[in-house]
Write a protein that binds this ligand. Structure first.
Ligand code: UDX
Length: 440
């Protein structure tokens, strides 16, 4: 690849791919986004984002208008490109903890007929360690003119553009200097910002991603375990988190106790990591992740326990209001949302459950048609016997508890995210519960 301005293809235009395509175009590259989902491609081509991500819809429109960014479902378009980023999903398999690699395998197979001599496939999807080597071995037979690298992506929903254009680090797994040089050229504008560059072998690059997500999941479950102990001992986990967080070796990020982690990455990644470790004969090394997963799921049950303690064991007669459906604020993603899991379990136990969310109602409705959805907080909590605050949108933090009290039947709120101002709610006359904080 001697020329300085390679054409890029991005295979898979979901969260990761749509963001990567728009951001690479903003760096000046010609980018074609390819996906088998024709509806998604039609939407993106019109400059519409099929999901919510702050700032990305504007960027998408600007990049399409620049003429550099196009979308298609026609794989033969990939023939124009020199570098192919694989951004397809790797969801959890329905029947096990392992990751489903169908989309990755399909994407690479679909590319094979269109790979130019010297082209580079760059995997960005999160995969079980060993996947890249296997794909490279297959390419040696089906497309020996091409090379493969792995370049994991660490973007957070809600910060997708920032994490792509100003990442904490760039990690590239390669098998030769040429592949590294190509990627250095592609990411030159980011390297110029001083972004740390880590060259690794293929398995290490794959492992970096799951190790990072396992560490983050561990931090969250650690503080949620402390929350359980605080509840038992009459302590306050929010004060504890603040106090340990001042130690720079611990750090204060990802120590927010509450109903735990969800979303499209952390839960499935730790499970797939355990499944892969077992295959590799290293099951014991990741046994602790089973406990991390269990602590995380237990947080949801603790909220349900609090509800039952406040109301009665028979929830049939009660109306429960749930604030928040997305797995975290500033997102419309409801994949493995702890909030919706709690809402659905309360519904299954007989309660009538009304859910509000500033952005995620459409997605939530598709997955949980049994729940009732409200267009406003007022409508959601009117006549309710208990309010659950389960996704910490700014809009909820800014609510005035004194204004709300006349709307509810019973002024009881459970803060599942430790994000509301407890004193303010209590002063306004509410009975206030939070995970990991004694109510003394
Ligand atoms: C995560 C990783 O952060 C990112 O690097 C990776 O690329 C993809 O997975 P994301 O899924 O967008 O990103 O969400 P994140 O911000 O990590 O939050 C995950 C979950 O943990 C959310 O449900 C959030 O509510 C929860 N969380 C986070 C806590 O419960 N407490 C915390 O202190 C932090």
């Amino acid at each position: 690849m001697s020329h300085m301005n390679p054409v890029l293809s991005v295979i898979g235009t979901g969260y990761l791919g749509a963001t990567h395509a728009a951001c690479m175009s903003s760096l000046g590259f010609t980018v074609v986004g390819i996906d088998t989902d024709k509806e998604k491609i039609a939407q993106l081509s019109r400059g519409e984002l099929p999901f919510y991500e702050p700032g990305l819809d504007e960027l998408l429109k600007v990049e399409i208008a620049s003429g550099r960014l196009t979308f298609t479902s026609d794989f033969s378009t990939a023939a124009q490109a020199d570098i192919h980023f694989i951004c397809v999903g790797t969801p959890q398999k329905a029947d096990s903890l392992a990751a489903d690699l169908t989309y990755i395998e399909g994407a690479v197979a679909a590319l094979v007929p269109y790979l130019k001599p010297g082209s580079l496939i760059v995997g960005k999807s999160t995969v079980p360690v060993g996947t890249a080597k296997k794909l490279l071995d297959q390419l040696a037979i089906t497309a020996p003119q091409a090379d493969l690298a792995w370049n994991p992506e660490f973007l957070r929903e809600g910060f997708a553009i920032e994490d792509t254009l100003r990442p904490n680090r760039l990690v590239v797994g390669v098998t030769n200097d040429r592949a590294e040089e190509i990627l250095r050229e592609v990411y030159a504008p980011l390297l110029a910002l001083g972004t740390p560059w880590i060259r690794a072998d293929l398995p290490t690059a794959e492992l970096v991603k799951v190790a990072a997500n396992s560490f983050l999941a561990t931090k969250i479950s650690f503080i949620n375990a402390m929350a359980e102990v605080c509840e038992a001992a009459g302590g306050d986990v929010t004060v504890l988190a603040q106090a340990i967080g001042y130690d720079p070796r611990i750090g204060n990020k990802f120590l927010q106790a509450g109903i735990g982690f969800g979303g499209g990455c952390l839960p499935k990644d730790i499970r797939a990591f355990m499944a892969r470790a077992e295959e590799l004969g290293a099951r014991q090394a990741l046994e602790f992740l089973r406990e991390i997963d269990a602590i995380n799921l237990r947080a949801r049950q603790r909220v349900i326990g609090l509800v039952r303690a406040e109301l009665t064991q028979d929830l049939g007669a009660y109306k429960i209001a749930v604030l928040g459906a997305a797995f975290k604020p500033d997102s419309d993603d409801v994949r493995d949302s702890p909030s919706l899991d709690i809402a659905a379990q309360l519904r299954a136990a007989g309660a009538s459950v009304t859910v509000h969310d500033p952005k995620a109602i459409v997605n939530a409705k598709k997955r949980f048609p049994d729940l009732t959805f409200a267009a406003s907080v007022t409508e959601c909590i009117s006549g309710s016997d208990l309010v659950l605050h389960l996704t910490e949108w700014r809009e909820y933090r800014d609510l005035n508890p004194a204004d709300l009290i006349s709307l509810v039947k019973n002024p009881i709120i459970i803060d599942g995210r430790n994000a509301l101002n407890r004193d303010r709610w209590i002063a306004a006359g509410w009975k206030f519960h939070a995970l990991g904080r004694s109510n003394a």
